[in-house]
Design a binder for this molecule. Structure first.
Ligand SMILES: C[S@@+](CC[C@H](N)C(=O)[O-])C[C@H]1O[C@@H](n2cnc3c(N)ncnc32)[C@H](O)[C@@H]1O
Length: 186
């Protein structure tokens, strides 16, 4: 039986699954791609991405929360989705058997203890044709939905972090539900 913490996370994060199609379109996700979903949580968006990349593609969902990863594994099997779910952190990435075409880092950067190390590790595994996609809650928003204002990361900080990690920013845009987004190449 699911514990109540996991059950609450599943319900709360499922309310954001409409964002997966927006994030995927902004990142140019296409059928057949390998997509690395960093900080996947309970997988609400990973399941949507798996449907978008289709049977020829796959999603690798990574999160330090073992209960969330267990839920993703069980749900992927139940739904017949090509998702490999791994317990781990962005700062200490496990070996992957395929280079990702897209790295999705959505509403996760502000949770990380060491975002600079995380972005450095992600840049090291992103191939030249690949894209990193970041979505974060904007501290300039009203705070009606999403992370508490005090916990949000300003876009200027993301620009600095991306630059320090050696990424080249391709696009930066405002986005729904008090978000902003970045796409970047290695
Ligand atoms: C709010 S959830 C985001 C879920 C999903 N990506 C979304 O867009 O809704 C943030 C997740 O980041 C994870 N996280 C925290 N630190 C992390 C790290 N160092 N590396 C990878 N994931 C991390 C947390 O465990 C949590 O599940």
């Amino acid at each position: 039986m699911q514990d109540s913490r996991l059950a609450r996370l599943i319900v709360r994060q499922a309310q954001k699954r409409h964002l997966a199609a927006l994030w995927a379109a902004a990142a140019g996700v296409a059928p057949g791609m390998t997509l690395l979903d960093i900080g996947a949580g309970s997988g609400a968006l990973s399941f949507e991405y798996a449907a978008l990349v289709g049977p020829a593609g796959r999603v690798i969902a990574l999160d330090p929360d073992g209960e969330c990863i267990g839920h993703i594994r069980a749900e992927a099997e139940r739904r017949g989705l090509a998702i490999r779910a791994i317990v781990g952190s962005a700062e200490a990435l496990p070996a992957l058997d395929a280079a990702p075409d897209r790295i999705m880092l959505t509403d996760a950067l502000h949770h990380m203890d060491d975002p600079a190390a995380a972005l450095g590790a992600l840049r090291a595994i992103l191939p030249p044709h690949g894209l990193l996609f970041i979505a974060e809650y904007d501290p300039a928003g009203p705070g009606a939905v999403g992370a508490k204002l005090a916990r949000r990361t300003a876009p200027g900080r993301v620009v600095a972090l991306l630059g320090a990690a050696g990424f080249t920013i391709v696009n930066h845009a405002p986005a729904p539900d008090e978000h902003y987004t970045f796409t970047a190449t290695a």
